[in-house]
Design a binder for this molecule. Sequence first.
Ligand code: HEM
Length: 413
Amino acid sequence: MAGTIGTGPQLHLESERGTMTVQKASADDADKDRRSRVEGRQTGEGERRFVPASRTGDFDLHGAIGGTAGCRRLSMAFYARVAKDPLLRPLFPGKTMKCAIEEFVAFLAQFLGGPVADAQRRLWVSLRESHLRFQIGPGERAAWMKHMVGALEDAEIDEPARASLREFFEHSSAYVVNVGSAPYFGVSMETEPDSIHREIAKRWDAQLTLDDAVAAVRSGDTERALTLADTLKSQASFSKNHRSVLVGLFGVMLGSGTDAMFRYIQDEITLDPEIAHERYGGRTLLHVASARSRLTLVEFLLRMGADPNARDTGDHAPLYSLANECKNAAAGGVVRALVEYGANVNANGGVKHCTALHMAARRGNVEVAQALLECGADVEARDSLGVTPLRRALNCRRPEVAALLVRWGVARE
Ligand code: HEM
């Protein structure tokens, strides 16, 4: 049985948009690209590879490696080894490997179909993109693989899951190499592939589609991005985490996408309103749409029942995300829409207990500060250190917001 991991020989093109012919051609192109990218690194003859992605049945992969506890054991064992490696250690800043450990656990939960709450914590969407910040050559990959093989033993992952994961890591570690050429990473499979192999191949296929979709969004290629999003939906629909993954992709679209992508997101939420409540990277789409000041989508999400007071993993609501991150003009309308639907304009949260007004002051966003004040934001609000928005604006050298806050305070007296 021959096939290639990540190639998805059967693309499922059930889509609500366009004609089947167009989509099939585009999806096939995407499939060819993936195949050449992965196969391009393979040499040698007669090797047996991962089986094609199959959609037959579901398999509790996450459970097979011991659930969240097993994933954490593996991640901790792996990073304990990386921490002592002179080549890899410098790539991981910080005194401890705590963040790296947790990020890997979240990835495994997402990839292996673990609990939705664990998977939702993954921050990055594309595995390739998250590694582009580092120079990863064959040497780094070999070191990474050596430690992973050791960690699979340390963590006592039982067979056949251990062998399947090892093969998966051989493929995926070659995939993230971005300097020089990746070594041959074909897989020699002595026995007929079992359901664990099939399941991993299927999931890897979906991850590659996700990576390609992110790249298409970043390059502004709308048609390709939407075709891949459709492909991803069909590939990932088996997993209980599929909504979270889609929210991750939609979040990327909201950041650098086109109007057609925003319409696509709306269509998808209309078809599956649960998406409006789902999270990726700990945030709902309402957090992201607010932070990007996408008024039409914010209003749409609110109409679809998205919670304007939902907290992200940093304990911040969408208004905070908007005040903290928004760089676009016309953000005042987003503030008003959120408040109209019940957002608490004086909500404070996180370690510093800052309100949205504190953050607008810090960022120097006059329009957002003005809208917050008009919606009832407390000009005298105090953060955990007793600092007011005015003090924050002065500390951060934001004279325009400071002037606004002074005028507002005086007018109230
Ligand atoms: C080939 C050798 C590899 C090297 C040298 C490498 C190195 C790194 C580094 C330096 C980070 C950043 C850590 C941080 O920000 O604190 C990272 C993040 C991460 N790595 Fe790798 N990595 C490799 C392969 C892999 C593979 C094969 C996987 C999964 C199959 C993986 C999964 C992750 C995940 C999940 C993260 C967190 C970012 C994200 O969610 O995408 N890495 N890696």
